[in-house]
Design a protein around this ligand. Structure first.
Ligand code: ZN
Length: 388
């Protein structure tokens, strides 16, 4: 069996389970969780020889990953799970005892025993960490990659008791209560231009033509570069925050993430509008999710989630709440006291000053909300393993 088959199996299982979850939601019945779907997977393997050829470990892991993706979605840190497409999402994950079968062949090469595939050699780009799982992927330009997931060692805080508020911004990815704002470098202007040109080319090219696949590969390389830079930014920013501050407060988007429309509810007016508006919203959102995940790994127990209601409309100086204080995307000017600030920094300060929402009851859609919360509440190693 080939690696690509394993990818196909994982994708098939993911999409099937995703479809099922979406159908179930429409019928408003109880949603089948991971356990229910795992049982169905066993049946599906019995019914389909094609599926049964593949590794059950790999296929079960796809279900677990989907389960985690839903929980991340309900927790508000990630977007809704999407369909996996052939050629675009080629990959699978191996976790647990089976993931540990790795041998070093020589100075640069190692091999990994992929379930049902056999030993696959790979060149090490760095020393292998103390890993528990790995993911094999094939990018759109056809290159295979293997990534070993390791939990980063916790970073000690400065011990000064300093608290920082982090707000997800509009123009930049995050704004801090100390008035710094930072964003992933993303693509340079020249590169963005080139991407636009390539996208136009792609639209003109005939499906299945060689030129088209070359354009696609070039686009894939640009996308990979962008993702690399974002990852780099996430690592540097999370390490910096964990090192400089003892307590890091972010918005608890749990409830909002699953129930708020873009325009928001009465209680939480338009928090998502800001996030959802703008051209590069996807990029910013992805960066935000990764940043929070990484922060909780690097500063376990020091990341606090606070109620996000009105943080963008409250004056940090006099605490007056007024939508009109928010002049535009960038500027905040209090209608009561005249306090002026960058809108995102003002929001970050409100987040900093807010006590974490411990024991706050979640009424709506109880069961799902609480399970999502309890997962988010414990920044524990056991859970972090499944995120990587
Ligand atoms: Zn004011």
């Amino acid at each position: 069996m080939l690696l690509l088959d394993a990818c196909g199996h994982a994708r098939y299982v993911w999409n099937l389970a995703l479809e099922q979850r979406l159908m179930w939601e429409r019928w408003k019945g109880p949603t089948p969780g991971y356990n229910g779907q795992a049982a169905q997977l066993t049946e599906a393997r019995r019914a389909s020889p094609w599926l049964a050829q593949g590794s059950q470990t790999v296929q079960q892991q796809a279900l677990r990953d989907l389960d985690q993706a839903w929980r991340n979605f309900f927790a508000g840190t990630h977007a809704r799970p999407t369909w996996r497409k052939r050629g675009r999402h080629e990959g699978f994950r191996v976790v647990g005892a089976q993931a540990l079968r790795v041998r070093q062949d020589n100075r640069r090469w190692s091999s990994v025993l992929v379930p049902k595939v056999g030993w696959v050699a790979f060149r090490r780009s760095r020393d292998l960490p103390d890993f528990r799982s790995y993911r094999v992927t094939r990018d759109r330009s056809g290159r295979w990659h293997i990534a070993f997931a390791a939990i980063p060692d916790p970073i000690p805080g400065p011990g000064t008791g300093q608290v920082v508020g982090v707000d997800r911004g509009v123009a930049v990815a995050v704004a801090l209560s100390d008035a710094t704002m930072t964003s992933s470098a993303g693509l340079r202007a020249k590169e963005a231009e080139r991407r636009l040109r390539l996208q136009r080319q792609l639209a003109r090219q005939r499906k299945g033509s060689n030129r088209r696949s070359r354009t696609k590969a070039a686009l894939a390389r640009l996308a990979a570069r962008e993702a690399d830079r974002r990852k780099d930014w996430v690592e540097k920013t999370s390490t910096g925050l964990a090192r400089r501050f003892d307590v890091i407060r972010v918005e608890d988007l749990n409830v909002c993430g699953m129930t708020c429309s873009a325009r928001g509810t009465l209680e939480k007016p338009g928090r998502n509008v800001r996030a959802k508006a703008g051209l590069n919203r996807g990029v910013l959102a992805a960066g935000w999710g990764q940043l929070v995940t990484r922060l909780e790994q690097k500063a376990p127990g020091r990341v606090q989630r606070v109620d996000p209601a009105f943080t963008s409309l409250t004056c940090n100086a006099c605490k007056a709440v007024d939508p009109r204080s928010r002049k535009n995307q960038a500027d905040f000017e209090c209608t009561s006291c005249g306090h002026q600030a960058n809108a995102d920094v003002n929001a970050a300060r409100n987040i900093r000053d807010r006590e974490p929402a411990v024991g706050r009851t979640v009424a709506a859609r109880g069961d799902r909300a609480t399970s999502a919360r309890s997962v988010k509440r414990e920044p524990q190693r056991a859970r972090l393993l499944t995120v990587a």
